[in-house]
Design a protein around this ligand. Structure first.
Ligand code: BMA
Length: 313
């Protein structure tokens, strides 16, 4: 295995853990990446973002006992494709699902893309068998949203990435009494504020991880390397527990950069992009990420290591 300049995350030697070939052939799945994940009843339950050769997206559950070997179910997640509102604002392009458990319910925030650009949309399930679409929860243009696993000061909270800023895409926090109506929005951090590896945009990634030091937020940071070549890397920061608009500490360098073939070559070259992580009881973190908008991968790290990284230790 290659030694990385950034040893915070250790790539799984069996990467990629899922490719289009793992899905039933009749589904014609070509790409699987940026999948959300959570442990449900002891099983790693991944809501995969899959795309067929017509670039139609679906969500498709794959399950694993060990977090590395996943088996897709026979059919994709049923989504409300016939609902006029869902149709209007997704045109069959919906993606980057991020799962958060709040109480006994699992919520999936994802992007819906159409001629209106991107909006955030919300789906809930109690058992990963029946799913209920709760509607759109943002105006355009907002592509990356993730819920905190508990209310903060009596309100649901989310991080997202409205496509605002200089040039585009900062991390914001918003609050809601009911998960549908959102407000009290504040910018948390911007691409050009001290993040010298991501001058184009930044956005939330995995579901925030609660630690005594603050909310660990593994985010993506993007830079335009040359004309239309966007390089996606992962960073980490700590947000204040009571006021997540306050950044307590942030790693100076990226914690995962595209360097393996399956991250450098694919639909979109040079992309590592996360929508989910699982924290084990011993503090190990399995960080799931898409490689080059093509395949699903995983790397391991730990809560302690990530906190150290935030303080540049
Ligand atoms: C982002 C999202 C991701 C994708 C990334 C790199 O804006 O659309 O789904 O992985 O671009 O192409």
């Amino acid at each position: 295995m290659k030694t990385s300049k950034y040893p915070i995350c250790k790539r799984y030697e069996g990467n990629p853990i899922l490719t289009g070939k793992n899905f039933p052939p009749e589904a014609d799945i070509k790409h699987v990446f940026n999948s959300g994940i959570i442990k449900y009843k002891g099983i790693y339950t991944m809501v995969c973002r899959v795309e067929n050769s017509a670039l139609s997206d679906r969500f498709w559950i794959a399950e694993s006992k060990d977090g590395f070997n996943f088996k897709p179910r026979p059919k994709p997640v049923p989504m409300p494709h016939d609902d006029p509102m869902f149709k209007e604002y997704t045109s069959s392009m919906y993606y980057d699902p991020r799962i958060t458990k709040i109480g006994d319910t699992y919520y999936i925030v994802h992007a819906g893309h159409s001629g209106h650009t991107c909006r955030l949309s919300l789906v809930k399930t109690d058992d990963f068998k029946k799913f209920e679409w709760m509607g759109f929860i943002s105006e355009p243009d907002n592509r990356n949203g993730v819920l905190f696993p508990e209310k903060i000061n009596g309100l649901y909270a989310r991080l997202d990435r409205p496509n605002t800023g200089n040039p585009t895409g900062d991390v914001w926090v918003s609050y809601s009494p009911d998960l549908i109506f959102w407000g009290k929005s504040e910018c948390v951090f911007r691409n050009w504020e001290g993040i010298n590896w991501a001058w184009t945009k930044v956005g939330p990634g995995a579901t925030p991880i609660k630690t005594p030091e603050g909310w660990l937020n593994i985010f993506h940071g993007v830079r335009i390397q040359c004309k239309a070549h966007y390089v996606y890397q992962l960073g980490v920061c700590l947000l204040d527990l009571e006021n997540p608009a306050k950044v307590k500490a942030m790693a100076k360098d990226a914690i995962l950069i595209p360097e393996e073939m399956y991250e450098l070559v694919g639909q979109t070259p040079s992309v590592v992009f996360t929508s989910g992580a699982v924290v084990e009881d011993n503090g190990e973190v399995k960080l799931y990420y898409g490689g080059a908008d093509n395949v699903q991968c995983v790397a391991t790290t730990s809560v302690e290591r990530l906190i150290d990284a935030c303080y540049n230790r």
